[in-house]
Design a protein around this ligand. Structure first.
Ligand code: NAP
Ligand code: MG
Length: 490
């Protein structure tokens, strides 16, 4: 029997109306370390509907004075929060690695990204929120202004437990909304530490409320709650559809960012070393658990064998292990569930006739038997009809597809329901322009990996990857505010 490591395990509470409180249900969930399932990272509240009601009521009350503050005054809070997160970066990053498995440098990078996002939106508090529009009445003044939605509900996934919550909370707050935040239960300890930073920075009570619990209770509760004016969701397309249906049914504003099945195209004239590096980083960093991860590798026939050989050589060197250990390049899958999903797609790939070139198995040797580790996996002879070419795997699996022309490459690249990000490696301006014009994806990247994102630019997908709205950068104002058209006459 394995003994559960229970020393110094902390229980994290909900943060509602400026107080840390235990859920009305008196139940908790254990958040476990996917590198060692016997280690409990912390306990988090398994809240009920009553707790959510309390959080919504607190957010509604706090709205009254929060929206009256100037943008720059709200920005001051965000600068302070950024400083607290910066002071606690090592602790937050360590908890992220322990809770969902990504390597410590990845966790630190993500937390640093969160700090930069907070500072970016702090500045947004002083930028323009409207236009003067000439009225047909020469004596009148007509202009637009932006007003907050009111109370917004934010539902986030486990794969970026700091950055995604922050890229929703920061714009929500700067534009005058108050927040009810429900993180993924599998990464709620890290999210609790983020919420602590908001408290530590002195944010007024009720402006940010943090409620943990299952998606079916607290997530669904946010969708259905009449006190919540807008819902911003990142996660799977299955749950995203529920958010949209529920929001439409009661007339709430919603925003969805969902899955991807992101291609990289390697053209005959590509710099192959650059393309190998970007394909490996884009596809296998964070154990392939990024919505923007490279999943389909579409290679032109002239360079196919050379590219494949170079890539396999590098993949063989990848060191899989505990994210806290310095030499580790790739950590475990984030949960048992995730591991099983990845293994079942590998089986499907083989059953449907793809050729396994590398990996494909769970890793249980060298002390990794208690974690959810899987080998970095590469398939070839993949065609567009196969499950591994169509469905989001969310794991370290690359599927090679050989093509003759760039036209074929683009056709295959677009032959999926998703459209989040895509990249091409080429030196030819004609290839680049075809790719820019014809690739149906919200992020198109040339000679760069599919998973790169900059916080000051709009982020989001096309087709089934998104509800069509955008997050990050100045685009965030579109979701988190409503436009008011003002007409003034003496
Ligand atoms: P998920 O299962 O859809 O969960 C996302 C969030 O929704 C979690 O907080 C979850 O809560 C909650 N939820 C679950 N069932 C719900 C319901 N019935 N009603 C309301 N909320 C509910 O996704 P995930 O497995 O955490 O994350 C992986 C997915 O996120 C992938 O598809 C990935 O592509 C996508 N993703 C997209 C982006 C993007 O920006 N496009 C970024 C990152 C990830 P619990 O888990 O606590 O139950
Ligand atoms: Mg976990």
């Amino acid at each position: 029997m394995n003994t559960i490591i229970e020393t110094k395990v902390k229980t994290y509470k909900n943060y509602i109306n400026g107080e840390w409180i235990v859920a009305s249900t008196n139940q908790v969930d254990a958040s476990i370390n996917p590198a060692n399932k016997e280690e409990i990272v912390g306990y988090v509240q398994k809240s009920g509907k009553e707790d959510l009601d309390q959080a919504v009521a607190a957010a509604k009350e706090a709205q009254v004075s929060w929206r009256k503050l100037s943008g720059s005054a709200r920005g001051e809070y965000l600068y302070k929060i950024a400083n607290v997160v910066e002071r606690r970066i090592d602790e937050i990053a360590e908890s992220m690695t322990k809770e969902m498995g990504k390597t410590l440098p990845e966790s630190k990078g993500e937390t640093a990204r969160g700090i930069a996002i907070l500072r970016y939106y702090a500045g947004e508090g002083m930028r323009k929120i409207g236009d003067v529009i000439p009225s047909s009445d020469s004596e009148a003044l007509m202009f637009t202004s932006r007003v907050p939605l009111g109370v917004v509900g934010l539902i986030t996934p486990w794969n970026f437990p700091a950055a995604i919550p922050i890229w929703k909370i920061a714009p929500a707050l700067i534009y005058g909304n108050t927040v009810v935040f429900k993180p993924a239960q599998d990464a709620a300890v890290t999210a609790a530490k983020i919420a602590e930073c908001f408290e530590e920075a002195g944010l007024p009570a009720g402006v940010l409320n943090f409620v943990t619990g299952s998606g079916s209770v607290i997530g669904q509760g946010i969708i259905d709650h009449p006190g919540i004016n807008g819902i911003s969701f990142t996660g799977s397309d299955q749950v995203g559809k529920l958010v949209a249906q529920g929001a439409v049914a009661r007339g709430a504003k919603y925003q969805l960012e969902m899955g991807g099945k992101n291609p990289v195209i390697i053209a005959n004239d590509a710099d192959l070393d650059q393309a190998v590096e970007a394909t490996i980083n884009g596809g296998l960093r964070s154990t392939g658990q990024k919505c923007t991860a490279t999943s389909r590798v579409i290679v032109q026939s002239e360079v196919y064998e050379e590219f494949k050989a170079k890539l396999l050589e590098k993949v063989k060197e990848i060191k899989v292990g505990h994210g806290l250990q310095g030499e580790t390049w790739m950590g475990p899958c984030a949960s048992e569930n995730q591991l099983q999903t990845v293994l079942s797609y590998i089986e499907k790939g083989i059953a449907e006739g793809a050729t396994l070139l590398h990996g494909g198995k769970r890793i249980e040797a060298n002390g990794l038997e208690h974690g959810f580790f899987v080998e970095p996996t590469v398939f070839e002879n993949v065609n567009s009809k196969m499950s591994i070419a169509q469905e989001e795997i969310f794991g370290p699996v690359l599927a090679f597809i050989k093509v003759d022309t760039i036209e074929q490459a683009l056709e295959i690249a677009n032959d999926v329901q998703y459209g989040l990000s895509a990249s091409i490696f080429t030196k030819d301006i004609g290839n680049m322009l075809s790719f820019i014009n014809e690739m149906d994806a919200g992020l198109v990247r040339i000679n760069a990996e599919s998973a790169g994102v900059e916080l000051q630019a709009p982020f989001g997908g096309m087709k089934q990857s998104s509800s069509g709205s955008r997050e990050q950068g100045q685009a965030a104002i579109e979701f988190f505010t409503a436009i008011k058209t003002v007409f003034v006459k003496a």
